[in-house]
Structure formats: C-alpha cells, structure tokens
Ligand binder design. Structure first.
Ligand code: PLP
Length: 370
C-alpha cells in the first residue's frame, strides 16, 4: 500500500527546524528565565509589529485569550454574547466560564456567522459578538462591525484558526475590538504546547488582560482584583519567535495546496468545495469540503491510508454542556447541515503534489463507485 498521508506532520516540522531551533531553545534554558522575561517580551513586540496593533499579551492558550479579554471588557453574569454554533467549543465555553450566556446565530454557506441571523439574535442583554474566522476563512467583518456599532456592542474576533488571514487587506484579529489567537500545535502558527495571545489597539484592555493573567497583581505583593495565572512559558515564546518569520511561507504552501485541490476536484460529483470570497485572503488552517456521504467517504479514505478530520461533528448548541441554553436539534439548521457533511482534507505544508492528486483520485473513485 502507498505510504499514509498524514493529517498534520508536526514531527517533520520539528525535524526540519531542529538544527536552527535547538540552539535558541538551549539559550533560553541556559538563561534560567523559564517564565516571562526577554523571550516573551520580544515575542509580544514582534507580534505587535506583525499585526500592526498597539497591544499584544502572550497567554497560555486561545481559550484564555477569549476568557481574559471578555473579562477585561467587563463581560459577566447577566450579559449575552452571540457567537457561531459551529466553532470549536471554546468560543462559547469561554462565555459560559465568565457566567455570561452564550447565544448562537446560525452560519451561512461560508461556514461563518450570518450577519442577518446575528442581527436577529440580539436582545437588550447582548453585550458582545464573537466573530469566529472558522478554518481560516474570514467572517463578514464589515456588516458585523456596522451592526455592532449601531447597537453599541463589542466585537471579539476569535482568530484562533486565522492567523495571517486577511479581510479586505486587514489581518484577522485586528478589525474588531480584541483579537484572540491560539498557537496550539495544530495551528498554522504553532508552539510545541499550549499557547495563545490577544491583540488589541485598546491599551487599557491589554493592560487589564496582563493584570488578570497574573492574579490581578500590579506589583509583586499588591492584587487589585481577582485574577488567574495564564503565562506563556519562555521556551514556547522562543519557538513562536522562531516560527513567526516562517508563517507566511507556510500559509502560501497551504494556499497552493488548496488551489491544487480545487483543480483536482473541480466538477467532482457529490463534493462541494469551499467558496472563497474575493475580499479575503484565506490562510487555510483547514480545507473543508461538504459531501452527502461524509462518514462513508471518510472511512474509504482511511482504508487507503488518508487521514482526514471533522470540524466539528457536533455543533456547540447540541453539546450536552449546552443543554440548559435550550436550543437543541433543528434550531441552527445550516450549522447542523454542515456538521453532518463537512470533511477536512489534509492540507499541511509538507504535502507533495502527488499526495493531493492521490487524495483527489480517492475521492473521485469513491463517488464514481457509487
Ligand atoms: C475557533 C477556536 N477558538 C478557540 C480555540 C481555543 O484555543 P486553545 O486550544 O489554544 O485554547 C480554538 C482551538 O482549537 C479554536 O479552534
């Protein structure tokens, strides 16, 4: 059998970086500054430059980026935050963790929150909107920002899957009031453990997130509010510093792979390819196709050694944790339709052209066999 086609290849990523990266990791270890310090400060400065924002705070995860930025914005019990039901659980879980109420608005065919549904989901209690850029595709930021402005709402961009994506030339995470990023190992811009950060032009919000991430301390011995601990360790910071200048090339490779899939799967019966809007530059964190017989196709591909993913099989509003919110099956028809049909094909930067041809041929073969 042909060698397996992996969904991601993090071991290869490290193998290719090893000689250049290890001395930098060793230097951090030798410095004895394992938490905070120069590496974290340098990363934050480099991310400020990359994103063109006034404030970046490095954190332990994308989930903490959501929780702490919303807390810094004053979101809490009694508030509603509208978000997409088809995201990773963290987009709504972060709202619930603050004691606020996640409210869902259905998505459009672009898999992102539909501004018309969003407008209908607003109530007098709505305080904020989380615009998720799922799979690297940009949510419709102009209508979302306009709506938010009309209603005095805060917009939090969940850019966990969209580092490097652009909307009308503007980077994901820099359009709303706060951008929340994950640098989990599976992301395009990835650490070797949990990592995340927030980006904002609102320096007051950045300063409050920085305080909340360190127990509300303003100096070693004075806590002015309750906080938590959410530190990015120095080794992860150095790994991210090493990778930041390389992320553009990774995204370009993924985009080239997406183009290749488009050509190879053009007119393939039973498969709908992701639609890219003319205004977006998609970083292709995921390449999601929609197909009627998704589970059978996934099994057939697995039998041929081709790994795929499903993002996500159960929409958030149908999760047991969301039961008390009172949604249930049928309430978000487009998100539910997509959850049953979505299949994420391998798109990582190490795929060869022959790998993509093989995946496409296997998909065509599946549909031709009926
Ligand atoms: C859309 C989205 N939001 C939030 C998160 C949470 O990020 P993390 O896993 O770094 O906490 C993720 C990560 O998978 C994500 O995909």
């Amino acid at each position: 059998m042909a060698p397996p086609i992996l969904y991601v290849d993090l071991a290869r990523q490290f193998a290719e970086e090893r000689d250049a990266l290890m001395p930098r990791i060793e230097a951090v270890l030798a410095s004895g500054l394992w938490v905070g310090g120069a590496a974290v400060e340098a990363l934050e400065a480099e991310l400020r430059d990359y994103l063109g924002v006034a404030g970046v705070v490095a954190l332990n995860s994308g989930t903490d980026a959501l929780i702490l930025s919303m807390r810094a914005l004053g979101i809490g019990p009694g508030d509603e935050v509208v978000t997409a039901p088809n995201s990773f659980i963290a987009s709504a879980g972060a709202v619930a963790m603050l004691g606020a109420t996640p409210v869902f608005a259905d998505v459009g065919v672009d898999m992102n929150i539909d501004p018309d549904h969003l407008a209908r989901a607003l109530t007098p209690r709505t305080k904020a909107v989380i615009a998720v850029h799922l799979a690297g595709r940009m949510a419709a930021m102009d209508p979302i920002m306009a709506l938010a402005e009309r209603h005095g709402l805060t917009v939090i961009e969940d850019a966990a899957q969209a580092m490097g994506s652009r909307y009308k030339g503007r980077l994901a995470g820099t359009i709303g009031h706060v951008g929340c990023f994950s640098a989990h190992p599976l992301k395009n811009f990835n650490a070797m453990g949990d990592a995340g950060f927030i980006a904002t032009d609102n320096v007051k919000v950045a300063a409050r997130v920085r305080r909340l991430q360190a127990h509300g301390l303003i100096d070693r011995n004075t806590a002015v509010e309750w906080g938590t601990v959410s530190r990015l360790d120095s080794v992860q910071a150095e790994i991210l510093r090493f990778r930041l200048p390389r992320v553009a090339a990774i995204i370009e490779r993924r985009r080239a792979n997406a183009d290749h899939y488009r050509r190879a799967l053009a007119d393939c019966p039973g498969v709908a390819l992701p639609v890219c809007q003319p205004y977006e530059y998609n970083s292709f964190h995921l390449f999601v196709v929609q197909c009627e017989r998704r589970d059978a196709l996934q099994r057939a591909l697995a039998e041929q050694g081709i790994a795929t993913g499903i993002h996500y099989p159960t929409p958030i509003h149908c999760q047991p944790a969301a039961k008390a919110l009172g949604y249930g099956v049928g309430s978000m028809p487009e998100a539910e339709r997509q959850a049953a049909r979505s299949l994420s094909l391998p798109i990582h930067q190490f795929l060869a052209a022959a790998d993509i041809e093989r995946v496409a041929a296997a998909i065509r073969g599946f549909h031709e066999a009926g």
